[in-house]
Design a protein around this ligand. Structure first.
Ligand SMILES: [Zn+2]
Length: 466
């Protein structure tokens, strides 16, 4: 892919812009002298993705929606003026897997006048939220007696809202002249889930999002990435978008049927209230083995406390922002198609799904596994992507990657700020690092890829970041 100077932005846009976007840009160019400095534009969009009453949450094995504590949103922006438009979007859902993830990228791409490989859709991963896999939904629907994984009509309505939001965003397009980054350590939120081990290193119990066991909470924090990173975009002096990145499962408690964006989403919503003219977006990093368990006993009082800690991290990270003019911008992609675990066998999975004596989770979960097997057979790759702007890299990874991947990504480019958003295409579920497979535990038990995913994902990251 090309590295574009500001001069080239202008040449590229005139060649590639879609009609609505072209008109919007022409208006913006008439607005003031600063837009003459370049032709990079940012159009923020947001749309509601709150599921209706009765909708399945987390794939159907926890209580379905009884009420909404606060809404779920898809929030992003279209970046235009560097070749075909680029779309970044964060969604308050547990996951978007396989065909569901492809459908989102296609719909947003069509609306923005670009190609799906220039669209990154990343979930925040709350659990009182939809966990959408259309392939798995077809499998459980065939059974007739299982709770739906996702209501397909609702899913389509969300995509319609997305298309409309992007089309309308063209009118709100603003020039982008500067970018800045900052980071701050978040206090007492993230902790490693896999700290309780025997002398051989095998994981004996998971310290989950909420942990009522005092002994587990007393164990060390373990390996985490304590940094909340913020990347902000400016129109001259004015901050128009701020992307926040932090790696933890974002739940304080769940399973009560009350939809919520939970502490990460609530912190983001508070920043949005503070600054209505800036689009605040929160991305969850590589949190496969990270949750708030050490600091969260799951009591309801903890949700506002964890919200405040993430919010404080955002404020501190934003204190360090020093806008610099944008000189270079580059979008890169790499395809990834890791082979499934050899323990997954299609016939056995079909039997598990059909076995009415199994619990819902032990029938719906195999449908996600079978969806992954069939997707690999169809050879539909996962698309990894990175947006490089000056000395900043925004990295988009799939599924529930272990924290080691984002630490590695930062080490690959120590002189740049590398901000990682995981939970893109959720098809593979957990993505442990190779060393952790022999140590077992919950995450390894529901990792759908062969351990060679570690090497393959590492190669993909190197391609994107080199
Ligand atoms: Zn998870």
């Amino acid at each position: 892919m090309n590295s574009l100077t500001r001069r080239k932005f202008i040449q590229h846009t005139s060649a590639t812009a879609a009609g609505g976007w072209l008109a919007a840009r022409a208006r913006a160019d008439d607005d003031g002298p600063e837009s003459g400095a370049g032709n990079l534009h940012l159009a923020p969009f947001r749309f509601d993705v709150t599921p209706p009453t009765g909708h399945s949450l987390c794939g159907g094995w926890i209580k379905p929606v009884v009420d909404v504590d606060d809404s779920l949103e898809a929030i992003g922006f279209v970046l235009q003026g560097a070749g075909l438009p680029i779309v970044l979007c964060a969604v308050d859902w547990t996951g978007l897997l396989n065909e569901a993830h492809v459908s989102w990228r296609q719909a947003l791409a069509e609306a923005a006048g670009t190609t799906p490989d220039r669209v990154a859709v990343q979930c925040v991963h709350q659990h009182n939220a939809p966990f959408a896999c259309l392939d798995a939904e077809r499998m459980v629907a065939e059974q007739g007696d299982l709770p739906h994984i996702v209501d397909v009509d609702f899913f389509r309505r969300c995509l319609d809202r997305g298309r409309t939001a992007i089309e309308q965003a063209a009118r709100k397009s603003r020039p982008v002249t500067h970018v800045a980054h900052g980071q701050a350590m978040v206090d007492k939120v993230a902790s490693n889930r896999r700290v309780y081990r025997d002398e051989l290193g095998h994981v004996k119990a998971m310290r989950g999002s909420a942990c009522s066991n005092e002994e587990l909470r007393a164990l060390p924090e373990g390996r985490i990435d304590p940094w909340l990173k913020t990347v902000a975009f400016y129109d001259g002096q004015q901050k128009i978008a701020a992307c926040h990145y932090y790696a933890t499962h974002p739940m304080s408690y769940y399973g009560d049927g009350r939809v919520t964006s939970d502490f990460a989403g609530l912190a983001r919503k508070q920043r949005q209230v503070d600054e209505p003219d800036c689009q605040h977006i929160y991305f969850t990093g590589c949190a496969g083995n990270i949750a708030a368990g050490k600091y969260n006993d799951g009591s309801h009082e903890m949700r506002p406390i964890l919200t405040q800690r993430v919010y404080d991290g955002m404020l501190l990270a934003e204190e360090n922002l020093q806008p610099r003019s944008i000189e270079t911008l580059e979008w890169r992609t790499a395809n990834l198609l890791p082979p499934p675990r050899n323990t997954l066998a299609a016939d056995a999975l079909r039997d598990q799904i059909a076995d009415k004596s199994n619990s819902v989770v032990n029938r719906n979960r195999p449908s996600y596994m079978l969806s992954w097997l069939e997707r690999v057979e169809r050879q539909t790759p996962i698309v990894l992507s990175a947006l490089h702007i000056g000395d900043i890299s925004l990295l988009h990874l799939p599924a529930e990657c272990f924290i080691q991947y984002q630490l590695r990504a930062q080490q690959m480019q120590p002189s740049r700020l590398v901000a990682t958003a995981a939970y893109g295409d959720g098809g593979p579920w957990y993505i442990p690092v190779n060393d952790e497979y022999p140590h077992g535990g919950y995450e390894v038990g529901v990792a759908f890829c062969d351990p060679q995913v570690d090497t393959m994902l590492g190669e993909g990251m190197r391609k994107l970041l080199a």
